[in-house]
Design a protein around this ligand. Structure first.
Ligand SMILES: Cc1cc2nc3c(=O)[nH]c(=O)nc-3n(C[C@H](O)[C@H](O)[C@H](O)COP(=O)(O)O)c2cc1C
Length: 194
């Protein structure tokens, strides 16, 4: 499958089966996903694999963050959750937003590769994503931030992908505003005649 075909075929799966990729399978895909463009190769990200009872630990942290009495069952919706962590490195050249863009890029790329490998993925967040309780449960450090979780499992048989709104590339790919170009050239002309 070409990259173009894989991207066109990808879709999110809100309901997945118990079939999850093995750790080795996941690691192979993560090494590929980590090849996204990365200014100064800082590798400003890491992933946390949550399986089995880890998901209950997350459920308890979510309920603590939300002030609920009973543990949240949300993390049990998939057999594997991959927490995406932006790990900001000290850099004069690469600001935090660029580092977050890299971490986010890895998550998107990994979602695509998992989808192509036959797994259903949904990137999820919630109000609790950056709460203290949730950070503590994951061991998120001072210079780190959670970007949410990739919920991963098997694609249910017989389920067809939902309809997605087409992407109107014509509306989304534009040129610079004409006035800006004009302003720039008049400024240049004025300074030339001085
Ligand atoms: C950072 C991020 C957080 C998201 N959080 C949620 C979420 O909490 N719940 C949800 O239903 N979709 C969430 N989404 C959207 C889904 O992952 C998915 O992209 C969306 O449902 C559209 O489906 P599609 O990917 O098949 O187009 C999130 C996406 C991103 C990039």
């Amino acid at each position: 499958m070409s990259a173009l075909d894989a991207v066109r075929a990808r879709q999110s799966w809100s309901k997945v089966t118990d079939q999850a990729p093995s750790r080795d399978e996941l690691l192979r895909l993560v090494s590929a996903a980590g090849r996204v463009a990365d200014h100064s190769s800082l590798r400003p990200w890491r992933l946390i694999e949550l399986r089995g009872a880890d998901r209950e630990t997350l459920g308890a942290a979510i309920s603590k963050a939300e002030g609920d009495r009973s543990p949240s069952s949300k993390p049990l919706r998939a057999p594997l959750l991959i927490a995406v962590v932006a790990s900001y490195r000290k850099s004069e050249k690469v600001p935090r937003w660029e580092q977050e863009a890299v971490a986010s890029g890895v998550a998107h790329m990994l979602s695509l590769l998992l989808d192509e490998a036959g797994y259903g993925v949904l990137w999820r967040t919630g109000h609790y994503t950056r709460s203290k309780a949730v950070a503590k449960a994951h061991g998120v450090g001072k210079n780190e931030e959670l970007l949410g979780w990739l919920y991963v499992g098997g694609k249910p048989e017989g389920k067809k992908p939902g309809r997605r709104k087409p992407v109107d590339a014509r509306a989304l790919v534009t040129r610079m505003p004409k006035s800006t170009k004009k302003e720039k050239s008049t400024k240049k002309e004025k300074s030339a005649t001085k």
